[in-house]
Write a protein that binds this ligand. Structure first.
Ligand SMILES: Cc1ncc(COP(=O)(O)O)c(C=O)c1O
Length: 382
């Protein structure tokens, strides 16, 4: 059998081994998937589009109506001004991220990541033959170390990834931090790839700040987002990329030569979602409640250091105080009936576990009770 390309030899798959469904009866706190039904208007539009025969090839970049709707949505929610021509509708934000890296990196180039970060960025960069440069964030609050980013820039650096709110840490970068990152990018003529998939899920009372809205940022930022998290549409595989015209045009070429486009019937369904603000608000209220339940239920357990998550739906818990490694902690939690993710699977994640509070409320209560019974001998849930 012929060998596959060597760059796949050490390519990671991040949290994938822990994202498999656990044995029956185990509480699943692993998967970053909203535990809500997809909004009705999205489902009914998808069905009526299918019935109307929207099952054939269509405009690769995304329907003009959907691109226009995304352009208005970006302006109204985040103040980002990219025209519809600068939007590419992709099969999930994940594919948009891959296009962003494909269009900005040549083999041998360097791309800065602020770690620990979402598990797929690093393998994406490696697939292209470029080099991820992992710059640790401040371990006490998970905010970026601006001096370290500045020192990491070399002649080969092409981009800085910003993911705020962040998966897995829950950090929401301040306006000043975003401004400082944009300033570094301007100074060294770098791209900023801004993964804004959790921008509607912020709990610390601040507004989402996109680098594309900071002076000097618009013509060097590629904004990535999608429908999975905000509208509970993970399996519908739809996301988008928005950026300056050279980046958008190159991304259209990536898509033309790979996916062609997202399913035709999904264009109108995704447009319907953008009008579902009442659902988004209800989901956000539920996440806020679940986050608070987690903090109350786990916050007083000795040995766990929990930084209040400022956004997204994850708790990134330092378990070093328990004397266990993160893998030991996750293995023992599984024995206690709760599945969570040991973060040493990702760069600079050693000593932490990631907990998703996108899980249903009853699973949060039951999981807290099981962990307390294991670690404390009591079973307070709230
Ligand atoms: C930070 C981040 N970016 C991108 C994605 C990918 O989202 P999508 O389902 O739209 O591909 C995820 C999914 O977990 C994520 O957490």
């Amino acid at each position: 059998m012929p060998g596959v390309a060597t760059r796949f030899d050490d390519l990671g798959v991040g949290f994938a081994p822990y994202l498999q469904p656990p044995p029956e009866g185990v509480i699943r706190w692993t998967v970053g998937e909203p535990g809500f039904e997809t909004p009705d208007p999205v489902i009914s539009t998808a069905i009526s589009e299918l019935k109307a025969g929207k099952t054939k090839y269509t405009r690769g970049q995304g329907s003009i109506k959907l691109c226009e709707a995304v352009s208005s949505h970006l302006m109204s929610t985040s103040g980002i001004s990219y025209s519809s021509e600068n939007i590419v509708i992709t099969p999930g934000a994940k594919q948009a991220l891959l296009y962003a890296y494909m269009t900005t990196l040549n083999p041998g180039d360097e791309a800065i990541l602020l770690t620990p970060c979402w598990a797929s960025y690093e393998p994406m960069i490696s697939i292209i033959g470029a080099t991820p440069v992992n710059i640790p964030v401040n371990r006490t609050n998970f905010h970026p170390d601006i001096g370290a980013i500045r020192s990491a820039v070399t002649d080969k650096t092409r981009s800085i990834m910003v993911n705020s709110p962040c998966n897995p840490t829950g950090a929401v970068y301040t306006r000043q931090e975003i401004e400082e990152i944009v300033a570094i990018a301007v100074e060294h003529d770098l791209w900023i790839i801004s993964d804004e998939i959790y921008s509607r899920l912020i709990w610390n009372g601040t507004d989402h700040v996109s680098p594309a809205t900071i002076e000097g940022g618009l013509d060097r930022t590629i904004v990535i987002s999608g429908w999975s998290k905000t509208w509970a549409m993970t399996g519908m595989r739809i996301g988008f990329l928005a950026g300056p015209s050279n980046a958008a045009k190159a991304a259209v070429k990536c898509q033309a030569n790979s996916a062609s486009h997202v399913p035709t019937f999904m264009m109108e369904a995704a447009r319907a979602a953008l009008d579902c603000d009442d659902y988004v608000d209800d989901f956000a209220d539920a996440y806020r409640k679940r986050r608070d339940m987690m903090l109350r239920g786990l916050g007083d357990i000795p040995g766990l250091r929990i930084v209040d998550p400022e956004g997204a739906f994850y708790l990134f818990v330092d378990v070093t105080g328990t004397g266990m490694t993160d893998v030991e902690f996750a293995d023992r939690a599984l024995e206690a009936g709760v599945q969570l993710i040991p973060a040493s699977l990702i760069t600079h994640g050693e000593g932490f576990v990631r907990i998703s509070y996108a899980a249903p409320e009853e699973d949060i209560k039951e999981g807290i009770s099981r962990l307390r019974l294991w670690l404390l001998g009591d079973s307070k849930t709230d």
